[in-house]
Design a binder for this molecule. Structure first.
Ligand SMILES: [Zn+2]
Length: 408
């Protein structure tokens, strides 16, 4: 690319996409969390201190008093350059644009050019090394989490007669024999402190635990339902600093594209897949109650709508115009992951043996979010010779007829 003026050159540097430049600078392992991408800082590492707001093209790093800003500031943060210093500023823009400012190119001698090219090559090598190191760090953190999750899973015992079975019974699920769920007497509950980094344990609870398996059936983590020790219900957990109610259900390890294979054969002919454990098992209960042979039906829980649908090609405005109030107090239309799956990103993989799949949308989630996520899921699973249908799960009994007669 050639630039007509220094100002154009600077404008292009400032307009670079922040996620792209963060990647070039070695950011790896960034995960979506609400409206942010969160992960290790490409300059100072860590686990979750670095975040990017893609919609606003700003970033923030919580390390040592904090830093943040636009793409120029990010390059400065990573390279140790100060954008307020004119010389540093030019170096930053040069790195982003991959070329010196237009007025310099003409005057550049051969020696200067080869020096500049060597410097750029050196920077690219550094970025590559840093990126590989970050990826290794993220992956060893993930592996350690998976090992910790496996240790919890291995502590568990079969549900029959346990508080986990009592919890399910209170939800109308009584056929627990053979379910791939376990009861664990004490599972730690961890929260992120307000100011410090990392996680702190705020208690232990009895728990119902399910194993997350990937498409090849490998153990990837656990889904934990923390239970109330006194009664058959989910635990009530409050953040000690903020007083906010915490979710009783948690995932440890890696959920990405994984599922809880709750019941049925490894290679089932029919598949019933819902977001939650209870929804999916409610359908199983209804089928058992109706006398249906469930030997060839797999019952899989996808844990979250986002996981079930996988990545979308684009976000879309909420079809019903739902709004939320942002930090600045402005009313904004909520944006959702759209209905079309991004097939360059993996989703949940189901076995070739499945000839018909029923995807359950939980009735208690936002209908539009559920609609789009289940559409992405159905599109991913569709193939010649396989029927994929979607349904809303308010009452397990509703699915009875559908499963009995797939053409209905
Ligand atoms: Zn940083």
């Amino acid at each position: 690319m050639t630039w007509l003026s220094f100002d154009d050159w600077v404008a292009d540097a400032r307009a670079v996409n922040l996620v792209e430049i963060a990647g070039r600078l070695g950011a790896a392992g960034l995960k979506r969390s609400g409206r942010e991408l969160v992960g290790p800082c490409p300059a100072c590492g860590g686990v979750d201190r670095f975040s990017i707001r893609e919609d606003r093209q700003i970033w923030n790093c919580g390390h040592q008093g904090g830093a943040g800003g636009d793409a120029v500031a990010l390059v400065g943060h990573v390279r140790g350059l100060d954008p307020r210093n004119a010389r540093d500023f030019v170096l930053i823009c040069e790195e982003i644009n991959g070329a010196p400012p237009p007025d310099r190119r003409a005057e550049e001698t051969d020696a200067e050019r080869s020096e500049r090219e060597a410097r750029n090559a050196e920077r690219a090598r550094e970025a590559e090394t840093r990126s590989a190191a970050r990826e290794a760090e993220a992956s060893s953190y993930r592996d350690a989490e998976i090992r910790r999750a496996l240790a919890i899973w291995e502590e568990g015992y079969r549900l029959d007669g346990t508080p986990a079975a009592a919890y399910l019974a209170a939800r109308g699920i009584v056929h627990v024999a053979g379910l791939r769920l376990r009861f664990v007497e004490r599972v730690g509950y961890f929260v992120k402190p307000e100011l410090a980094k990392g996680f702190v344990k705020i208690g232990d609870h009895p728990a119902m635990v399910g194993a997350i398996a990937d498409g090849e059936g490998r153990f990837r983590g656990i889904h934990i339902t923390h239970l109330d020790p006194e009664r058959p219900a989910k635990a009530s957990i409050v953040h000690p600093e903020t007083g906010e109610i915490q979710p009783a259900k948690k995932v440890r390890g890696s959920l990405h594209g994984g599922v809880l294979r709750l019941a049925g054969p490894v290679a089932p002919r029919h598949l019933v897949s819902g977001e939650g454990i209870e929804t999916t098992l409610a359908v199983r209960e209804a089928l058992i109650a109706s006398g249906r042979d469930i030997a060839e039906i797999g019952f899989w829980a996808g844990i979250s709508l986002g996981n079930m649908g996988g990545a979308a090609t684009e976000t879309v405005a909420h079809p019903l115009g739902a709004t939320r109030t942002d930090k600045a107090g402005r009313e904004r239309v909520v944006r959702l992951s759209g209905p079309v799956p991004d097939r360059t990103k993996p989703g949940i993989v189901i076995p070739d043996s499945v000839t018909d799949a029923l995807i359950l949308g939980d009735g208690d989630s936002d209908p539009a979010t559920t609609e789009f996520a289940t559409r992405r899921c159905a599109a991913r699973w569709a193939r010649p010779g396989r029927t994929v249908r979607r349904a809303w799960a308010r009452d397990g009994a509703d699915f009875n007829d559908m499963i009995r007669d797939p053409s209905a």
